[in-house]
Design a protein around this ligand. Structure first.
Ligand code: HEC
Ligand SMILES: [Cu+2]
Length: 416
């Protein structure tokens, strides 16, 4: 009688896959594994794995209930249907209050189902709340701040070089680099409205709430590149308030830290040359509003792309970079952005001291290429509706010629 069960179990993935397809259509490239940049099924860390277990237990319990109730319903419908005219006009069977044994066992079964779901749920709540006691000493601390519509990451344990040999806490923007295989404790803060911190493959989500000190922890099994997303509606550009998490092995992580702790890079070269700066990419093609800004190559091999981005760009032109540095203060970019060691100390926008070594800009929205960078500084609001940099352009009447843009791009990309 139960011969159909194995087949049923095998095919019970279908409703899941169908629901997944509906939700993730477009960004899905590994269909059967249900993988994708923001998959909560193909997880890569212990916290997300714990959360996935709760999900699966719930799915299986409800699936069993669905099959049992649906089966009884189908059985009764078929067995007791009217078969002929006499059935059609027969009196309804005598009505009774019910069978106490059946009712009690149904209550018992419901309680059992809830207990089966409650055990992994409670275990998950305790496990995901904070780094396990035994691992606490090994945990790395980060503070993440939500801004409309980007993320600032602070490394409280790391003192970076500031202006004139001063020290300041290391800060990065939109790309969170963490040590792989180690628990990372993230303190969650916001400077404006409520945001929510979510890295689907690693952990989440926990809200960043004004005047409230939330935290979460996460861990990446091995080095990797992960997609994050603000998961609490926070205004115009909420849907594109993204970020990235880059997990690195101990050696790579230390190398990265060492580079980040230095002041903004200065390109050496023949600055006094009388030649005109070489404009390498002066023609800005016209992008459409909301046009994507991520290349396939980067999309498929993001960690390799990130590693390549740590080295200086080919064909750096020192004169162009020097001109860009001048423009950065002339055009008041320094009022909102910090570039340590280059006399720029603004704090309302992302720290740009090492912006050239990031793979994405505008909070994970577009790739950090010369073309996309120029697209961004040319007209930020055409890339990301409502963003605060565009507001600053209007209020401070900032205008850039194509030559200015090219020089600024060369300068920003030189900041490795
Ligand atoms: C009024 C403040 C303000 C001014 C002035 C300003 N910016 Fe910004 N900038 C921001 C903010 C805020 C963001 C983040 C926007 C977002 O992603 O929502 C940003 C983002 C950026 C980014 C992307 C950084 C990243 O990691 O995503 C770059 C590059 C940048 N600005 C360059 C410039 C340059 C060059 C100028 C001068 C021409 C400038 N900014 C002027 C506020 C400002
Ligand atoms: Cu947000």
């Amino acid at each position: 009688m139960f011969k159909f069960l194995p087949t049923l179990v095998r095919w019970s993935r279908i409703p899941l896959v169908l629901a997944g397809t509906a939700l993730l259509a477009g960004c899905e490239y590994n269909f059967w594994r249900m993988d994708g940049h923001q998959s909560t099924i193909a997880v890569e860390g212990p916290v997300a794995r714990e959360q996935l277990q709760v999900f699966y237990v719930t799915v299986w319990v409800t699936l069993v209930i669905f099959v049992l109730v649906g089966g009884v319903l189908a059985y009764a419908t078929l067995k007791f249907r009217a078969r002929n005219d006499a059935d059609e006009h027969a009196e309804p069977p005598s009505q009774s209050h019910g069978n106490p044994l059946i009712e009690l066992s149904l209550i018992g079964a419901s309680v059992l189902a809830l207990v089966i779901i409650a055990i992994p749920t409670l275990r998950g709540i305790w496990y995901t709340y904070d780094v396990p006691e035994a691992d606490k000493a090994n945990a790395y601390e980060i503070t993440a701040h939500g801004f409309q519509w980007w993320f600032k990451f602070e490394y409280p344990a790391e003192q970076a070089a500031g202006e004139n040999n001063t020290k300041m806490t290391l800060v990065t923007g939109n790309e969170l680099v963490i040590p792989a295989g180690r628990p990372v404790r993230v303190h969650l803060r916001t400077v404006d409205v409520i945001h929510s911190f979510w890295v689907p493959k690693l952990a989440g989500k926990v809200d960043m709430i004004p005047n409230r000190a939330n935290h979460l922890w996460m861990q990446a099994d091995k080095p990797g590149y992960f997609w994050g997303q603000c998961a609490e509606y926070c205004g115009d550009s909420h849907a594109v308030m993204r970020f990235r998490v880059i997990a690195l092995g101990p050696r790579d992580f230390n190398d990265w830290l060492e580079q980040q702790l230095q002041t903004g890079r200065t390109v050496q070269g023949n600055v006094a040359s009388a030649d005109q700066p070489r404009a390498q990419f002066a023609s800005l093609r016209t992008f459409k509003q909301n046009e994507a800004g991520i290349s396939d190559r980067f999309d498929l091999q993001p960690l390799e792309a990130w590693k390549a981005k740590q080295a200086p760009e080919a064909n750096e032109d020192p004169r162009l970079v020097a001109r860009g540095r001048e423009l950065f203060s002339q055009k008041q970019c320094n009022g909102c952005h910090t570039i340590r060691g280059h006399g720029a100390g603004g704090i309302t926008g992302p720290d740009l001291t090492h912006v050239g070594s990031r793979t994405t800009i505008a909070a994970g929205l577009i790739e950090n290429t010369p073309e996309q960078l120029q697209r961004w500084i040319h007209n930020p609001s055409a890339v990301k509706p409502g963003n605060k940099m565009a507001v600053g352009y209007i209020q401070q009447k900032i205008t850039l010629t194509p030559e200015d843009e090219v020089a600024l791009v060369a300068y920003l990309l030189s900041l490795k």
